[in-house]
Design a protein around this ligand. Structure first.
Ligand code: SAM
Length: 381
């Protein structure tokens, strides 16, 4: 099957049927029999069109009078994406997309894409920033308020590009921001470390590779299974991964089943709105809702203050989230400062990180990583 036709079918399932982009695409590519290069092109089209859904809809809606059926809408979007964002020459983008479209929509797709090709807006020709950058309005407004215009728009721009892939020495694929968080926990040989939100295990396995024993917990059973699988796989391929140990448990971080004062270090890599990792998950921006932020922030405050109780005197607590909202970063920090005045901040990382409350914020454009917040504290005594 032609790559563009596969992309149109995948987009119908993602947009009209609400399927997860990564799952649908992996499944369809697997069954397609396409060579590697064409698979990469399908991925570019599907992920790119999904990220730029709002921009592409605006580009084509100007030339439509009625809402087209899902397959025609997907064909128009993938055509508009090639024209506006891949800068494919008009004749190639239009002709190839028309022939990949279902036969009954070809006339419509051809007519509309020709008009789109002749009316691509300049950078200042879009109706507003959320449409130009292709995000829900609330995300753009929230980040503008919380980060300021420049950091917010820079972050949103970068998250429209596919992320670079970083592979650790043991073969595990992990973004640099996450590698830096794992390092910031400072786990040493012989330490007992609790990683309370551990699946799929990237940070837990990194910490164990340095010789610590890591108690890695997650609340969702499917995630615990994934975590246990990754731990076993890494231990098999790389003896360094077994320098310490990872003990996998299913547990709710809001009620951690461990003794108080028992851990040398505790990592809370909390569930969050994920607004720092939107380039990694192309459909995530269309799923997360404004109310999720407050609900997650409430969970983060509970989890991190309970987690503080597990840390032995002199031990270290690290809180991290892969998001950029003030509510999930500065406000959680302020809450913790209030309820646990017996914890003092450790020197936050510098370089691409910005000082942020008592911790540090990494915006994705600073070092081409995920966006991340990190707060490291030491318990007095
Ligand atoms: C940001 S991810 C963790 C990523 C992981 N630390 C890594 O580096 O690979 C957050 C995790 O928290 C888990 N989670 C959500 N609510 C939780 C809770 N109440 N207790 C424990 N884990 C929870 C989710 O299932 C998810 O796997």
């Amino acid at each position: 099957m032609a790559p563009r036709r596969l992309a149109i079918e995948a987009l119908v399932r993602i947009e009209a049927e609400g399927a997860y982009a990564n799952l649908v695409l992996a499944d369809m590519l697997e069954r397609s029999g396409l060579p590697e290069r064409e698979r990469a092109f399908v991925t570019t089209l599907v992920y790119g069109t999904t990220r730029m859904r709002r921009s592409c809809a605006w580009l084509v809606d100007r030339f439509l009078t009625d809402a087209p059926p899902p397959a025609a809408r997907a064909a128009l979007a993938v055509g508009a994406y090639q024209l506006a964002f891949l800068h494919t020459p008009a004749h190639a983008a239009v002709d190839a997309t028309v022939s990949a479209s279902p036969r009954r929509f070809r006339g419509l797709v051809n007519a509309v894409l020709r008009k789109v090709a002749g009316a691509l807006p300049a950078a200042d020709g879009w109706p507003d920033e959320p449409t130009r950058l292709s995000y829900p309005t609330w995300i753009v407004e929230r980040l503008r308020t919380d980060l300021g215009e420049e950091l917010a728009l820079g972050a949103l721009e970068v998250m429209n590009e596919p992320p670079p892939v970083h592979v650790r020495a043991d073969g595990y694929v992990q973004d640099l921001a996450s590698q830096w968080v794992a390092a910031a926990v400072g786990a040493r040989e012989g330490d007992v470390v609790a990683d309370l939100c551990a699946a799929p295990g990237g940070k837990a396995t990194a910490m164990a590779a340095g010789g610590a024993t890591v108690v890695a917990a997650d609340v969702r059973w499917s995630r615990v299974t994934l975590l246990a699988g990754n731990v076993a796989r890494l231990a098999a391929v790389d003896p360094a991964a077994s320098a310490g140990r990872v003990v996998v448990v299913a547990a709710d971080a809001a009620h951690p089943p461990f003794r108080n004062d028992s851990m040398d270090r505790v990592l809370v890599d909390a569930p969050c709105s994920g607004l720092g990792t939107l380039r990694r998950r192309p459909d995530a921006r269309w799923r997360i809702e404004v109310d999720d932020v407050g609900r997650l922030a409430a969970l983060q405050r509970t989890v991190v203050s309970d987690a503080a109780g597990l840390v032995r005197p002199g031990g270290v607590l690290v809180y991290s989230v892969c998001t950029l909202t003030g509510e999930e970063t500065l406000d959680v920090d302020a809450h913790l400062a209030e309820v646990r005045p017996d914890f003092e901040p450790l020197e936050p990382p510098s370089g691409p990180w910005h000082p942020w409350g008592r911790g540090a914020l990494l915006v994705p454009q600073a070092a081409d990583t995920d966006g991340m917040f990190l707060l490291a504290l030491r318990r007095r005594g």
